[in-house]
Unconditional design. Structure first.
Length: 45
């Protein structure tokens, strides 16, 4: 593999796995409160 291909691979991996890690950190800091979710079905449906 060429150096440019390896560089792009590293950037892509960091973007995907970094986004996953940041979303997990955000979810652990601000968990979803199930009490705020609507319980009945929307009238449009």
């Amino acid at each position: 593999m060429t150096p440019i291909a390896i560089t792009m691979l590293v950037i892509a991996l960091l973007t995907i796995w970094g986004g996953l890690a940041l979303s997990l950190v955000n979810l652990s800091r601000h968990p979803e409160d199930e009490g705020q979710l609507p319980e009945d079905i929307a009238p449009e449906l």
